[in-house]
Design a protein around this ligand. Sequence first.
Ligand code: ADP
Ligand code: 5GP
Length: 197
Amino acid sequence: MLKVVISGPSGSGKGTIVKELMKYENYKLSISATTRYKRELEQEGVHYFFKTNEEFQQMIAQDQLLEYEEFCGNLYGTPKHFVDQTIAEGFDILLEIEVKGALKIKEKFNETVLIFIIPPTFTELTSRLLGRRTETEEVVNYRLARAREELKLFKQYDYIVINDDISHAVRQINTIVEAEKLRSCYQQAIVKNMLNN
Ligand code: ADP
Ligand code: 5GP
């Protein structure tokens, strides 16, 4: 079962894509911990586990996080336990995280599939971020500046998916996951079994 990291600039459509992917039964979504404020429509334990700085620092001290990063003034981290449990149960785990955290996961688990979601243009990214109306203009500008830095790291990803049309992007991600599972390293038991009969 695969660890699939969906990352890319804020506003590129990761959340929208992940919501669609969750309609497929093979996926489970890792819920991150964050010190960010809760947006109006967000729910504790559904979108994030919302933590104070002290609580987050405690999670770090107790080695409860697989990775964590600072992003535009807030901390975000992936709880270890759920990822391990999900893989053991036979599901593919989706991690929707920013770029530095994604690269850390790849470093720890080389078999991780890194998918970079990008918008069709930078202008479109700007209008999606502004159109979402969840951040102030100042924060949007901060996120856009970060997006430019993140885009420069695209070569470190296994795949790039352009999120122009949502259903097309979702289809492409499912194709990637399906193809990854056909890698010869995951088929060894089947072939060995065949040779032994
Ligand atoms: P992220 O999770 O990467 O920050 P979101 O999923 O919140 O991004 O998407 C940012 C905004 O862009 C949202 O308002 C969303 O509805 C919109 N959006 C996402 N994908 C598309 C798309 N393919 N075409 C047009 N708008 C989109
Ligand atoms: P947002 O505030 O828009 O929900 O998220 C900001 C950024 O933090 C996004 O790029 C999102 O993917 C990333 N993020 C969410 N959870 C985690 C996490 O657990 N670890 C890391 N490294 N980034 C995360």
